[in-house]
Design a protein. Structure first.
Length: 115
């Protein structure tokens, strides 16, 4: 299985932007890739996905604000987050379907939206 390392989180004011990265240890071109998030006291939720043919899907709560993309040559997946809201505060994780089903997660990257 590929190993995944998330980065790019931080503290940002409401309305601000962040770009998260997910670097894989191996080829990801055969995988649909997912971004999840988990806020304190809440269950982990699916935020966005991108298929091998670049088809994307988003949670209703982030549509129009977040954009998922991938660079297979760099084995990296991105999540561009704009117009951030306090309710976007969470630890963000990327994953493949298989790793998620196996409950295998990386360390994630913390996003905090606060003034």
């Amino acid at each position: 299985q590929v190993q995944l390392v998330e980065s790019g989180g931080g503290l940002v004011q409401p309305g601000g932007s962040l770009r998260l990265s997910c670097a894989a240890s191996g080829n990801i071109f055969i995988y649909t890739m997912y971004w999840y998030r988990q806020a304190p006291g809440k269950q982990r939720e699916l935020v966005a996905s991108i298929g091998t043919e670049l088809r994307t899907n988003y949670a209703d709560s982030v549509k129009g604000r977040f954009t998922i993309s991938r660079d297979n040559a760099k084995n990296t997946v991105y999540l561009q987050m704009n117009s951030l809201k306090p309710e976007d505060t969470a630890v963000y994780y990327c994953n493949t379907y298989r790793r998620a089903m196996d409950d295998s997660w990386g360390q994630g990257t913390q996003v905090t939206v606060s003034s």
